[in-house]
Design a protein around this ligand. Sequence first.
Ligand code: GCU
Length: 410
Amino acid sequence: MKRVWLGLIIVIFFGLMSSCAGTRAIMQTAPSTPKKTQQARPEITASTQDQWGNQNTKVARQFQAHIYGDIPAIKGPARVDSIRPIAKDAFNNSANIFEWTMSTRGDIDPFTIVILMPANIVPGETPPIILTQNFCPNHNVIPIAGISKPKNSGFSCDSDGAMSDVFGYFFGRYIMTPPVEMIMNRGYALAVVYPPDFVADNAQTAAPQLARLSNKDNPAGAIMAWAWQASRIVDSLEKSGEFGDIIAYGHSRYGKSALVAAAFDPRIDGVIAHQSGTGGASLSRNKPGETIKLITEGYPHWFTPKYAEYGDDQSALPVDQHQLLALIAPRPIMLGNAKRDVWSDPEGAFHAAMGANPAYALYGSEGLTATKLTEFKPEDDIAFWMRPGTHGVVTEDWPAFLDFLDAHFK
Ligand code: GCU
């Protein structure tokens, strides 16, 4: 009798699990070898460089019109209003920490970013800097006294560590705080930013903020706005003269914004887009896991409303995500993935990388040379990383990110 009950419970459990698209995706795994049949469309046939690696092209405009909304209309660089030293020789003597308060033109609230400088750099040296957009507010990401709390937090990671433990349990050791000491010791500076403090990650609160930024018929969605915020930070990083190459890093929704930032801002020298999925590196056509319909129902404020019109027919979309990667050519991109993260779709990201190769070839770069999703070649200009496990930033991810950075920026 006991066995019958147990069997029944298992059947009900799996029945419930498979009734929802998200949990169904967790039960699947991405293949190690890509299927030959899935091809990136529309194919990249451009024969001149100026159509790729260039932001003023028809394709760049199509991405704005059909997916992300227009680049915010506010012109002019951002500025740093104040710099506050926070700590010296923190994280085991590896980092000097500062907080910058920044403002942009227009009726936009100032925001803060935290800068971590490797403590052991030689004066005059300009380390490459990794610009990280994060899920948790800055004071949680860098848990050091003195860092400002966000004004408009929609999402707290405080709760005396309880929330962060839960967060870490499900989404990996580095979901909140990256391995700062390891990053500093490898010679990279960090800029830490919490995008919802700029534009909220919530449809209602974001609407007036997005309208203020754009003043247009096709206002920026939150992903475009966060990408634009990254560009404004680049204004000030460049102006400071303290840093070398600038790499945009983001996980998941911020992997999407890191790619969009690099696609529209040629001053970003490289990208690490970890599990960026739908609206990020994975092709929209034939997408398993999260479809355009699901993402635009769940997160309507991330995109222009037009994107939802392709929910029932992705093939009508005039662009696909391999072309977003192509806009970044020939700059190095690392695409992070996990075998059990079919919601994001590693295979679709691999096909997007293959689809972007012709644009890289125009610059004499081979782009992606891996032939399997499990083949990590950090020196490739499109490096593909797939580890076992699920969605999150886990112990083995950052060493791989740093290997990619060392291969391109040392
Ligand atoms: C949701 C969403 C994804 C997104 C992810 C994240 O799962 O469906 O598109 O990438 O959140 O940002 O963690």
